[in-house]
Design a protein. Structure first.
Length: 208
Protein backbone atom coordinates (compact mmCIF):
# COMPACT_ATOMS: atom_id res chain seq x y z
CA UNK A 1 0.00 0.00 0.00
CA UNK A 2 2.80 2.40 0.95
CA UNK A 3 4.54 1.61 -2.34
CA UNK A 4 1.48 2.69 -4.32
CA UNK A 5 1.12 5.82 -2.18
CA UNK A 6 4.73 6.75 -2.96
CA UNK A 7 4.17 6.18 -6.67
CA UNK A 8 1.02 8.31 -6.53
CA UNK A 9 2.89 11.06 -4.67
CA UNK A 10 5.78 11.02 -7.16
CA UNK A 11 3.30 11.11 -10.06
CA UNK A 12 1.49 14.10 -8.56
CA UNK A 13 4.76 15.94 -7.97
CA UNK A 14 5.93 15.18 -11.51
CA UNK A 15 2.68 16.47 -13.00
CA UNK A 16 2.89 19.62 -10.88
CA UNK A 17 6.49 20.26 -11.95
CA UNK A 18 5.63 19.74 -15.62
CA UNK A 19 2.60 22.05 -15.45
CA UNK A 20 4.57 24.69 -13.52
CA UNK A 21 7.43 24.52 -16.03
CA UNK A 22 5.01 24.87 -18.97
CA UNK A 23 3.24 27.87 -17.40
CA UNK A 24 6.58 29.53 -16.61
CA UNK A 25 7.84 28.91 -20.15
CA UNK A 26 4.60 30.11 -21.74
CA UNK A 27 4.58 33.35 -19.70
CA UNK A 28 8.23 34.19 -20.29
CA UNK A 29 9.25 37.66 -21.42
CA UNK A 30 12.92 37.56 -22.45
CA UNK A 31 15.00 40.72 -22.43
CA UNK A 32 15.25 42.22 -25.90
CA UNK A 33 17.78 44.55 -27.51
CA UNK A 34 15.53 47.32 -28.82
CA UNK A 35 16.89 48.98 -32.01
CA UNK A 36 17.48 52.73 -31.80
CA UNK A 37 16.39 55.35 -34.31
CA UNK A 38 13.23 55.92 -36.32
CA UNK A 39 12.33 52.28 -36.77
CA UNK A 40 9.15 50.30 -36.15
CA UNK A 41 9.72 47.01 -34.36
CA UNK A 42 7.58 43.91 -34.39
CA UNK A 43 5.01 43.89 -31.58
CA UNK A 44 5.07 40.09 -31.40
CA UNK A 45 7.12 36.96 -31.96
CA UNK A 46 5.80 34.71 -34.71
CA UNK A 47 5.47 34.05 -38.43
CA UNK A 48 4.32 36.66 -40.94
CA UNK A 49 1.35 34.96 -42.61
CA UNK A 50 -0.31 37.83 -44.47
CA UNK A 51 0.44 41.34 -45.75
CA UNK A 52 -2.07 43.52 -47.57
CA UNK A 53 -3.21 47.07 -48.17
CA UNK A 54 -6.50 48.49 -46.91
CA UNK A 55 -8.11 51.67 -48.16
CA UNK A 56 -10.74 52.19 -45.46
CA UNK A 57 -10.99 52.25 -41.67
CA UNK A 58 -12.73 48.86 -41.60
CA UNK A 59 -10.17 46.11 -42.16
CA UNK A 60 -10.65 42.36 -42.58
CA UNK A 61 -8.23 39.50 -41.94
CA UNK A 62 -8.39 35.74 -41.43
CA UNK A 63 -7.68 33.69 -38.33
CA UNK A 64 -7.70 29.96 -39.08
CA UNK A 65 -10.10 30.47 -42.00
CA UNK A 66 -12.41 32.70 -39.96
CA UNK A 67 -13.09 36.25 -41.10
CA UNK A 68 -12.43 39.03 -38.61
CA UNK A 69 -13.34 42.67 -39.15
CA UNK A 70 -12.42 45.74 -37.13
CA UNK A 71 -12.78 49.47 -37.56
CA UNK A 72 -9.45 51.16 -36.85
CA UNK A 73 -9.63 54.55 -35.17
CA UNK A 74 -6.64 56.85 -34.77
CA UNK A 75 -4.67 55.81 -37.86
CA UNK A 76 -5.62 57.44 -41.15
CA UNK A 77 -6.11 55.07 -44.12
CA UNK A 78 -4.83 53.78 -46.45
CA UNK A 79 -2.95 51.15 -44.45
CA UNK A 80 -0.44 48.38 -44.74
CA UNK A 81 -1.59 45.44 -42.60
CA UNK A 82 0.82 42.76 -41.37
CA UNK A 83 -0.59 39.62 -39.70
CA UNK A 84 1.72 37.71 -37.32
CA UNK A 85 0.75 34.20 -36.22
CA UNK A 86 2.04 32.94 -32.86
CA UNK A 87 2.24 29.24 -32.02
CA UNK A 88 2.19 27.85 -28.44
CA UNK A 89 6.01 27.86 -28.22
CA UNK A 90 6.35 31.55 -29.10
CA UNK A 91 6.69 34.38 -26.59
CA UNK A 92 3.15 35.64 -25.97
CA UNK A 93 3.77 39.18 -24.69
CA UNK A 94 3.25 42.14 -26.98
CA UNK A 95 5.50 45.20 -27.23
CA UNK A 96 4.94 48.72 -28.46
CA UNK A 97 6.25 49.07 -32.04
CA UNK A 98 7.16 52.75 -31.51
CA UNK A 99 7.58 55.15 -28.63
CA UNK A 100 4.64 57.46 -28.05
CA UNK A 101 1.27 57.95 -26.39
CA UNK A 102 -1.62 55.48 -26.39
CA UNK A 103 -4.24 57.70 -28.04
CA UNK A 104 -6.87 54.99 -28.52
CA UNK A 105 -7.74 51.61 -27.05
CA UNK A 106 -10.74 49.38 -27.74
CA UNK A 107 -11.52 45.89 -26.44
CA UNK A 108 -14.01 43.71 -28.32
CA UNK A 109 -15.51 40.62 -26.71
CA UNK A 110 -15.70 37.45 -28.79
CA UNK A 111 -18.86 36.88 -30.82
CA UNK A 112 -19.56 33.92 -33.08
CA UNK A 113 -22.19 33.66 -35.82
CA UNK A 114 -22.81 32.07 -39.23
CA UNK A 115 -21.74 34.00 -42.29
CA UNK A 116 -24.69 33.69 -44.64
CA UNK A 117 -22.96 35.93 -47.16
CA UNK A 118 -19.87 33.74 -47.38
CA UNK A 119 -19.10 31.92 -50.63
CA UNK A 120 -17.90 29.05 -48.46
CA UNK A 121 -20.85 27.82 -46.36
CA UNK A 122 -18.46 26.28 -43.84
CA UNK A 123 -16.75 29.60 -43.24
CA UNK A 124 -17.73 31.60 -40.18
CA UNK A 125 -17.83 35.34 -39.66
CA UNK A 126 -16.26 35.52 -36.26
CA UNK A 127 -15.53 38.51 -34.15
CA UNK A 128 -12.79 36.92 -32.10
CA UNK A 129 -11.85 38.68 -28.89
CA UNK A 130 -9.64 41.58 -29.95
CA UNK A 131 -7.87 44.52 -28.39
CA UNK A 132 -6.73 47.49 -30.47
CA UNK A 133 -4.29 50.14 -29.30
CA UNK A 134 -3.01 53.07 -31.33
CA UNK A 135 0.35 54.60 -30.39
CA UNK A 136 1.15 58.09 -31.69
CA UNK A 137 4.33 60.15 -31.63
CA UNK A 138 5.36 63.36 -33.40
CA UNK A 139 5.86 61.53 -36.70
CA UNK A 140 3.13 58.93 -37.10
CA UNK A 141 0.46 56.69 -35.57
CA UNK A 142 0.64 52.88 -35.52
CA UNK A 143 -2.11 50.44 -34.58
CA UNK A 144 -1.66 47.00 -33.02
CA UNK A 145 -4.47 44.45 -32.71
CA UNK A 146 -4.25 41.48 -30.35
CA UNK A 147 -6.49 38.64 -31.60
CA UNK A 148 -7.52 35.61 -29.53
CA UNK A 149 -9.45 32.49 -30.55
CA UNK A 150 -13.20 31.91 -30.23
CA UNK A 151 -12.92 31.54 -26.45
CA UNK A 152 -13.09 35.03 -24.97
CA UNK A 153 -11.17 36.79 -22.22
CA UNK A 154 -7.71 35.60 -23.15
CA UNK A 155 -6.28 39.03 -23.92
CA UNK A 156 -4.59 41.17 -21.27
CA UNK A 157 -3.69 44.84 -21.73
CA UNK A 158 -1.42 46.54 -19.22
CA UNK A 159 -2.02 50.07 -20.54
CA UNK A 160 -4.77 52.67 -20.64
CA UNK A 161 -5.52 55.51 -23.01
CA UNK A 162 -3.07 58.44 -22.60
CA UNK A 163 -0.33 56.20 -21.18
CA UNK A 164 3.18 56.83 -22.51
CA UNK A 165 5.21 53.94 -23.95
CA UNK A 166 8.81 53.59 -25.00
CA UNK A 167 9.56 51.59 -28.13
CA UNK A 168 9.73 47.93 -27.13
CA UNK A 169 7.83 48.32 -23.85
CA UNK A 170 5.65 45.32 -22.97
CA UNK A 171 2.03 46.46 -23.04
CA UNK A 172 -0.01 43.25 -23.19
CA UNK A 173 -0.28 39.49 -23.43
CA UNK A 174 -2.44 36.88 -25.14
CA UNK A 175 -2.86 33.81 -22.96
CA UNK A 176 -3.32 31.16 -25.66
CA UNK A 177 -2.79 30.62 -29.40
CA UNK A 178 -3.20 33.91 -31.16
CA UNK A 179 -2.41 36.50 -33.79
CA UNK A 180 -1.18 40.06 -33.71
CA UNK A 181 -2.01 42.48 -36.53
CA UNK A 182 -0.01 45.66 -37.00
CA UNK A 183 -1.56 48.56 -38.92
CA UNK A 184 0.89 50.99 -40.55
CA UNK A 185 0.41 54.06 -42.74
CA UNK A 186 0.47 52.92 -46.38
CA UNK A 187 3.30 55.27 -47.36
CA UNK A 188 5.83 53.39 -45.22
CA UNK A 189 8.03 50.77 -46.86
CA UNK A 190 7.58 47.29 -45.36
CA UNK A 191 10.85 45.56 -44.44
CA UNK A 192 9.39 42.09 -43.97
CA UNK A 193 7.58 39.52 -46.10
CA UNK A 194 5.33 36.50 -45.76
CA UNK A 195 7.21 33.60 -44.19
CA UNK A 196 9.57 35.72 -42.11
CA UNK A 197 9.95 34.86 -38.42
CA UNK A 198 9.81 38.00 -36.29
CA UNK A 199 11.02 38.62 -32.74
CA UNK A 200 9.06 40.94 -30.47
CA UNK A 201 10.85 44.23 -29.86
CA UNK A 202 13.87 43.36 -32.04
CA UNK A 203 12.79 42.71 -35.64
CA UNK A 204 12.51 45.90 -37.69
CA UNK A 205 9.43 45.90 -39.90
CA UNK A 206 9.63 49.47 -41.21
CA UNK A 207 11.46 52.80 -40.93
CA UNK A 208 10.21 56.37 -40.87
Amino acid sequence: MKKYQKISLYSSISIFVIVFAFITYFNRAPDRIIPEGNVIVSPATGDVIHIEKANANEISFLKKGIVNTLTVQGVEPPYNIIVIEMDPTDVHVQRSPIGGEVIYQEHIDGQHKNALWSKNVTELANENEKNLIVVKNDDLSVGVIQVAGIMARRIVSFVSQNDKLEKGDIYGKIKLGSQVVIVLPEYLEINTEIGDVLVDGESIISRY
